[in-house]
Design a protein around this ligand. Structure first.
Ligand code: NAD
Length: 357
């Protein structure tokens, strides 16, 4: 049966890293006879330039008809001056919310070959394997009312709304408990329930859900402590579940533990297991066009896509093994380069992974 994948290259390094990921997707399609059919669309600044909006209707239509979506990254200083509702990042938020991609899975895995690229000592990070489950379409990033208003005394005030309904908490909680069940059965829920009512409810609902998963050892942690513990003793964690904003920040911290944000994939899933797959990093305008971006986060996102949305776990395993093999060969892009390894560019890294399949 044909599997439809929509490719959204995006902006700056987006097209460079997506080209390598697509090369690999074609290779595994051929090797494992997956019947993958590719289509392309615009999102972000590229869509704004071509079609006048950051998330065109045509992209949403194609996305709804696809089994999975692969995204590079969006945004960049080229669009700094456009109105808020037209910004590239707004395109990303729109597609996430229109497709109800509420569950963001962000694994932070330390490849033993890269233990020296981390800013933490190797003994703290070697063997690290954390999964952050972040709620993606609710919380303060979407809450209404929001805006900047002028007060009676003439000064301006910025305001946002942090809210989570019980059902929003339950569906992300379910995803996190189920993820914990197939890992080491430990789940830590991160909140700020000593200050924020929205997260008092978060803690209550997650605690109630624990009764349905008696094998999972549930703990709770305030977000400030979680930030500290992630850099103090990251290996204490297995699965973390948290809201949109805390997850945004903690997953970038976890990313750096592994050496480079250029290594980390992500999946954003809906209720039916469809999803959008993208690297955790942004569009890296500072290195765009130089051919030096690390394509491995996007390549590893393809592996997640094959596993979670395309029911092709063998192909996913093959990609992850190929990435490990290429690191074993000593190949490194600039972001993960250390003395003694071989510096390669985006295309060479992509070619090496394809060759290792
Ligand atoms: P960024 O992740 O793009 O870059 C941060 C740093 O990491 C930069 O030094 C960059 O060169 C480096 N980096 C990122 N990806 C890399 C890779 N694959 N290989 C090597 N180095 C890499 O974050 P930023 O600079 O804060 O944001 C740049 C733009 O990206 C902004 O417009 C931002 O809004 C957007 N952004 C988009 C997404 C997304 O599309 N999902 C996520 C975050 C930021």
């Amino acid at each position: 049966m044909t599997k439809k994948v929509l490719i959204l290259p995006g902006d700056n390094i987006g097209p460079e890293i997506v080209t390598e990921a697509v090369k690999l997707l074609r290779r595994v399609d051929e090797k494992f006879q997956l019947g993958i059919e590719l289509d392309y669309g615009n999102l972000g600044g590229a869509a704004l330039d071509a079609e006048g909006v950051p998330c065109p209707q045509e992209t949403l239509d194609k996305a709804r008809q696809s089994d999975a979506i692969l995204l590079g990254a969006v945004g960049g200083p080229q669009w700094d001056d456009v109105e808020r509702h037209l910004r590239p990042e707004k395109g990303l938020l729109t597609i996430r919310s229109e497709l109800d991609l509420f569950g963001n899975l962000r694994p932070a895995i330390m490849y033993p070959q890269l233990a020296h690229a981390s800013s933490l000592k190797p003994e703290f990070v070697s063997g690290l394997d954390i999964l952050i489950v972040r709620e993606l379409v609710g919380g303060i990033y979407f809450g209404e009312p929001r805006g900047i208003r002028t007060l009676e005394d003439g000064q301006r005030e910025g305001y946002n709304t942090y809210k989570y309904s019980e059902s929003e908490i339950r569906r992300i909680g379910k995803m996190a408990f189920e993820a914990a069940m197939v890992r080491s059965k430990r789940l830590c829920s991160v909140d700020k329930s000593n200050v924020l009512e929205a997260t008092v409810l978060w803690r209550e609902v997650i605690s109630e859900m624990a009764a349905d998963y008696p094998e999972v050892e549930l703990s709770h942690m305030y977000v400030d402590n979680a930030a500290m513990q992630l850099v103090k003793q990251p290996k204490q964690f297995d699965v973390l579940v948290t809201g949109n904003m805390f997850g945004d920040i903690l997953s970038d911290t976890a990313a750096m533990l592994t050496g480079s944000i250029g290594m980390l994939p992500s999946a954003s899933l809906d209720k039916q297991g469809g999803g959008m797959y993208e690297p955790c990093h942004g569009s890296a305008p500072d290195i765009a066009g130089k051919g030096v971006a690390n394509p491995l986060a996007t390549i590893l996102s393809v592996a997640m896509m094959l596993r979670y949305s395309l029911n092709a776990p063998k192909a996913a395993d093959a990609i992850e093994r190929a990435v490990s093999a290429v690191l074993d060969q000593g190949l490194r892009t600039a972001d993960i380069f250390t003395d003694g390894s071989q510096l390669v560019g985006t295309v060479e890294m992509g070619d090496a992974v394809v060759a290792a399949i």
